[in-house]
Design a binder for this molecule. Structure first.
Ligand SMILES: [Zn+2]
Length: 199
């Protein structure tokens, strides 16, 4: 199977072609198709890696640079996008058993240099196979995609504190969000606080 031209170009540009890079390309393409206009999109990734490199390469220039946040902490998603003008978020939850190399290949990953040639060939074949699978199949085959919509609660009057309906803690109106059903604080919404420092 031939790799899609855009992924091939990304591989040349970043000098790597891994399942993670293919996943980042897939997610980047999904976000680009979904939102259309990327001028006010923010993106967060739970971990750094080839997927983030692919996303940065695909989107960062059009996001005026530096709008991709790598969390390196636990989050309920693997990738999260947010459009400020509409409040629409998309969270991507990777299915580990389908989006990662088989366990025996992951176990030898860090010691690959010292491995015998046959093991290295088997590892490389496994990487190539998963990369092709990610590139060829719909993103939904490898991750759960959840869409939500959050609007800032900036219509509230006065400086009084309002209780978050999730954690019950008081918060300033500027730190509260409404998803159509409940009012919640930034922490409970899952939105990244750093996205709103530029407002
Ligand atoms: Zn809360």
């Amino acid at each position: 199977m031939l790799m899609p031209a855009e992924l091939q170009n990304l591989a040349v540009k970043t000098r790597r072609l891994t399942p993670d890079l293919a996943m980042g390309w897939k997610i980047g393409a999904f976000i680009r198709d979904f939102y259309g206009d990327l001028s006010d999109i923010r993106l967060a990734a739970r971990e750094s890696g080839d997927a983030v490199i692919a996303l940065a390469s695909m989107l960062e220039d059009r996001l005026f640079g530096g709008k991709i946040t790598t969390i390196n902490k636990d989050r309920p998603w693997d990738f999260l996008s947010y459009q400020h003008s509409t409040g629409v978020t998309i969270s991507f939850h990777l299915l580990p058993e389908l989006s990662r190399l088989p366990r025996q290949m992951r176990d030898i990953e860090s010691d690959l240099v010292g491995m015998d040639p046959f093991t290295r060939v088997a590892y490389n074949r496994s990487v190539q196979m998963l990369t092709k699978e990610v590139a060829a199949n719909p993103l939904e085959s490898f991750c759960r995609i959840v869409q939500s919509c959050y609007h800032p609660l900036d219509q509230a009057e006065g400086d009084s504190l309002i209780l978050c309906q999730c954690c019950n803690r008081p918060a300033k109106k500027g730190d509260l969000w409404f998803d159509g059903e409940i009012i919640c604080c930034t922490a409970c919404s899952g939105l990244e606080p750093s996205w709103f420092e530029w407002q």
